[in-house]
Design a protein around this ligand. Structure first.
Ligand SMILES: [Zn+2]
Length: 1023
């Protein structure tokens, strides 16, 4: 296990080197130092000056051309009928002999005879299952004797007439004719150009075969065409036979290297031909080109780099795999694509005469190694073809333009993928792409970028050893991802499970935001503080990351291992830092953005109440220490002090001052040594007490932070049992607005933690949209005991009936009978019901998952809400205990219609009905308890990415203006303007300005004005 070392904080002195910097020798290295980009061509055979980078920059692939390269193949994928299975079949195809007379003017196959040499892989083989679709079969023989057969869809089942033993060979001959069909590829006949295009599984449309890439065979291909046409195909041309009487020519090709069925090809036209010659070691190989006569001069330019390209890849991957035969390029017309047919690429891009599509020429040539020499075992492994060919494009550019060329090409590839995934919203693992995405940027550009990162992790020399060894191990055969991974691990000597897991088997990429500053250290240079955050939804990525610090003498480079959502990195340099770059050499597939921070941003991270009985709740009469943890999201703040205030009449502050000392950039600090002390009146009722913390620091820094603390002991327990959803926000918002003190447990994270239900007057238990694992038997027992002791329960969830509708608890305590689900969304309260009293509610955004209920008939049980015209939606029971059960998720009820009952009024009525819960008052005013003063809370979350919540409290009604400003003082967004009632109000800022455009990363100020009072908080937006 030679895992990367990872100090939480990397503190090291770096050597400063000009331009391309190396790493200091004395430092332990996570990354092979040979991974620096080469400045020279990689192959030793070439020694010539690099071409100018500006030439490459003008020629980087255009997005529309990248799209075209994939689209030609992707068009065939919707017809992709095969399961992506890797199961073995019962026989092995050894050789295909395809004889076909094509009637080009007649748009049909005049006659065809295909001989398939097979070997049995079992002792009981009696039927051979081939793939063949369309055209008319005239007869089938096995070893010359006619046999019966059955066609089922694209299956062709040939009865062998006897049982063939394992290892025994036999030959199936299929004679057929007709007009080929081309759903999912096949043979396209036209007078201009006739060609085949079959990836992934369209070969069955033009010849019978076992149409899986795992069964490779050799092939002889003899095609008869009208005079004047030339047939290009796989392998070597062994003869052209003219028939003067029939005015035809028969081209006979022989492919003696194993070939997968999707790579067997024809390209037929009235071609002009020309050749290049590749001078290999001790051998000369033809590069045979076929192009329309009018394009052949330009084609000769476009394909002219092939000899040098083959030399380049020979050096990197191993000798060209089909060196005894040829390489070829045959133009066909399929509108922008190209296809890596073995030894004879089909070319559908336009001919330009100026090497515009050199990258595609390189891509298809590289496939001769990656796809043709080593073929995927099955289509889940498509990245072993396309990722490798796409990365090979970059290797060709590195050969031509050196390290800067590689960086430029990879940067474009990474950016292209990041843009595609961001715009399309399609994020899925490279391995086993979903249907319709076999030929997507994930398999091309992301997989290519992953190989580049692998090179970074294992180093140049190991990386190219890996490619050559992987190729040699699976030469002329097949491979799966694990084969490649095991070569990587063997040759690097490292466990690379983490790398393959996150990059191949899981989706996405890291989206980094970072900020930095520095401090001059006494006699020790400059300490650079870097805060790095991974902003993506989904798992945190683990990668070595290069960090470059620009100084007057050049770039200082170091590599750190990043593996946490938020990292603090410290580096020391000898000269004043001028800038920090993340991954300056473009190794990583990631999004990266620098956020400018210019001053301290102190926000409250959390509080701790240290009280007498140690329960963290402020009982009446108690005195407690209050420790506040501040987080600094900006530059270092020194000499921080705090003053605590409150307007709450039931709270007395005994010690109002505290010292937080110094909090550095993106660090936390607290006042544990100088806690605030306050006491609670012995007459205190349960409520939220509001506090203001004034924070001062050196340099005239001043900040006001408002927060609230619960006073008294909560009477309501909120049980978050939504299976990891975020339904709790609905309930906490309602309870907050009703000023009800509550305690909350998250069943998905912590369970009950031994909480005693009996300590609460009411339990609110919500299961959201969960339809399984809602209330466990243990949960039901706890609730039954709570209710037996006279408790009050509100239970809500659209899956409870489905999950526990048959349980004793459901009948005995919820008093409901479940009869399936309904899609009714309109709710009518029962007239005279103490909670619903005939009022209307509506369910939105949830379709057809509501539970259909009826009351069990026991005394004290009644429907509380009915679906309009469709039975009960909520059941209420009042006896020795009270239960109220909603067969739908309350959080999907909306209050958009002013004549309908709001969730707020509903919750108020429920708590009032429970009665024991104090102190809740009924009434239309949502603010049951008015805040005792005016306050603006710190936004949450902060820093934020997509959106942040801003809440404020008004102790009296009046005009409010709430505005977002940037650091330049410009107004960005007006969130509120108008009359607001007293109470707590919650606003959401989506990070957009008044025109709806996304605001840039950085510091923003949220300012509120209410009459003559004002307050402001600072927020940090990280994109
Ligand atoms: Zn490709």
């Amino acid at each position: 296990m030679n895992r990367l070392f990872r100090p939480l904080i990397v503190l090291m002195v770096l050597a400063i080197l000009p331009s391309q910097t190396l790493l200091a020798d004395s430092t332990q290295r996570a990354v092979d130092s040979s991974s620096k980009l080469s400045e020279r061509p990689l192959t030793a055979t070439q020694c010539r000056p690099l071409r100018p980078l500006s030439e490459l920059l003008e020629r980087l692939p255009r997005p529309e051309d990248k799209e075209a390269l994939r689209a030609a193949k992707a068009r065939l994928e919707p017809m992709f009928r095969a399961e992506k299975s890797d199961t073995r079949h019962s026989y092995d195809v050894l050789h295909y002999e395809i004889n076909m007379n094509i009637d080009i003017p007649g748009d049909s196959v005049r006659s065809a005879a295909v001989f398939i040499d097979c070997r049995s892989e079992t002792d009981t083989l009696s039927v051979v299952d081939l793939n063949f679709l369309g055209m008319t079969i005239d007869s089938i023989t096995v070893d010359g004797a006619a046999v019966s057969y059955d066609r089922q869809g694209d299956q062709l089942l040939v009865d062998l007439g006897a049982t063939v033993s394992q290892g025994d060979s036999f030959q199936v001959a299929v004679y057929y004719h007709g007009r080929p069909q081309t759903p999912g590829g096949g043979l396209y006949i036209s007078s201009n150009v006739t060609y085949t295009l079959c990836e992934p599984e369209g070969a069955r449309n033009w010849f019978p075969c076992y149409d899986k890439p795992s069964d490779k065979a050799t092939a002889d291909i003899s095609i008869t065409v009208p005079d004047g046409y030339i047939v290009a195909s796989n392998g070597l041309l062994v003869g052209v036979a003219k028939d003067d009487e029939a005015k035809t020519a028969t081209y006979s090709w022989s492919e003696t290297y194993p070939i997968a069925t999707y790579l067997i090809s024809l390209a037929i036209s009235e071609y002009a031909t020309f050749s290049y010659w590749y001078e290999g070691v001790g051998d000369t190989m033809e590069i045979a080109c076929y192009a329309p006569p009018e394009d052949s001069a330009n084609a000769a330019v476009d394909f002219s780099n092939l000899p040098e390209m083959i030399a380049c890849y020979d050096g990197l991957f191993g000798t060209y795999p089909f060196i005894e035969e040829k390489y070829g390029m045959a133009t066909i017309s399929f509108g922008g694509g190209a296809m890596e047919h073995q030894t004879c690429t089909s070319w559908g891009f336009s001919i330009t005469g100026n090497n515009t599509y050199d990258w595609v020429v390189a891509h298809e040539l590289a496939h001769q190694w990656w796809g043709d020499w080593v073929s995927p075992d099955n289509w889940k492994e498509i990245w072993l073809n396309e990722g490798f060919a796409t990365y090979s494009e970059a290797l060709w550019m590195e050969y031509l333009y050196g390290g800067p060329g590689l960086r430029a090409y990879m940067s474009e590839m990474q950016d292209y993928y990041v843009r595609w995934e961001t715009a399309s919203g399609r994020s899925f693992p490279i391995y086993d792409p979903p249907s319709g995405y076999l030929f997507s940027p994930t398999e091309y550009d992301k997989a290519g970028s992953v190989l580049h990162m692998l090179r970074f992790v294992v180093g140049d020399s190991t990386f190219f050893d890996i490619l050559r060894t992987y190729g040699a191990n699976h030469a002329y055969g097949n491979a799966v991802t694990d084969d490649f991974k095991s070569v990587c691990e063997d040759l690097s000597g490292r466990d690379l499970d983490w790398f393959f897991q996150q990059w191949i088997y899981e989706p996405g990429f890291p989206r980094f935001s970072f900020a930095w500053n520095y401090e001059a250290e006494a006699r020790a240079g400059y300490l650079v503080n870097i805060s790095l955050v991974q902003q993506q939804n989904g798992p945190v990525f683990e990668m070595p990351v290069e960090i470059g610090i620009t100084t007057g003498s050049g770039l200082v480079l170091d590599t750190v291992l990043v593996d946490e959502e938020a990292e603090q990195i410290q580096l020391t340099v000898q000269e004043q830092p001028l800038g920090v770059q993340l991954d300056p050499n473009e190794w990583l597939l990631c999004q990266k953005e620098e956020v400018q921070v210019t001053e301290p941003i102190l926000v409250m991270d959390r509080y701790t109440i240290d009280d007498l009985d140690g329960d963290g709740w402020l009982n009446p009469g108690e005195t407690a220490d209050l420790i506040i943890t501040l987080e600094n999201q900006g530059t270092t703040a020194c000499g921080i002090t705090g003053i605590l205030r409150t307007g709450d009449e039931q709270v007395t502050i005994v010690d109002s001052t505290a010292n937080f000392e110094e909090i550095r950039f993106f660090q936390s600090g607290d006042n544990a040594l100088t806690p605030f002390i306050f006491s609670v009146s012995s007459q205190a009722s349960p409520h939220w007490a509001y506090f203001t913390l004034l924070v001062f620091a050196a340099g005239d820094y001043q900040e006001t932070i408002t927060f609230r603390l619960p006073v008294g002991v909560p009477t309501v327990l909120l049980v978050d049992d939504d299976g990891g959803g975020d339904e709790e926000a609905f309930y906490t918002g309602l309870l907050d607005s009703l000023n009800v003190l509550y305690d909350m447990v998250d069943m998905d994270k912590s369970g009950f933690l031994g909480r005693d239900l009996q300590a609460f007057e009411a339990v609110i238990w919500f299961t959201g949209l969960e339809t399984a694992n809602t209330l466990t038997p243990a949960d039901q027992d706890s609730l039954a005991a709570f209710l037996d002791a006279g408790g009050n329960l509100l239970a809500a969830g659209s899956g409870l009936g489905n999950d526990i509708g048959a349980s004793d608890f459901y009948g005995d305590y919820l008093h409901a009978v479940w009869s399936g689900e309904t899609s009714s969304m309109l709710l009518q309260g029962v007239t005279g019901d103490p909670i619903s009293d005939g009022q209307l509610m509506v369910i939105l955004d949830q379709e057809g998952q509501q539970d259909h209920l009826s009351a069990d008939g026991e005394a004290g049980t009644a429907a509380c809400f009915n679906y309009i015209g469709d039975g009960a939606a909520a059941i209420r029971h009042e006896g020795a205990y009270k239960t109220l059960y909603f067969g739908y998720s309350l959080e999907y009820t909306r209050s958009d219609n002013p004549s309908a009952m709001t969730p707020h009024k509903l919750m108020s009525a429920i708590l009032h009905w429970f009665g024991a819960v104090t102190p809740v008052e009924s009434g239309d005013d949502p603010a049951v308890f008015l805040p005792r003063h005016f306050a603006l809370d710190q936004n949450y979350p902060n820093p934020f990415n997509a959106s942040t919540r801003i809440s404020f409290h008004l102790d009296r009604a009046g005009p409010v203006e709430l505005t977002i400003f940037n650091v330049a003082g410009q107004r960005v967004r007006t969130l509120a303007g108008g009359e607001y009632p007293a109470g707590r109000h919650l606003l959401l800022w989506d990070g957009r300005d008044d025109r709806g455009l996304q605001a840039a990363s950085g510091i923003y100020f949220c300012r509120i004005r209410a009459g003559d009072r004002r307050s402001m908080v600072k927020m940090l937006l990280l994109r």
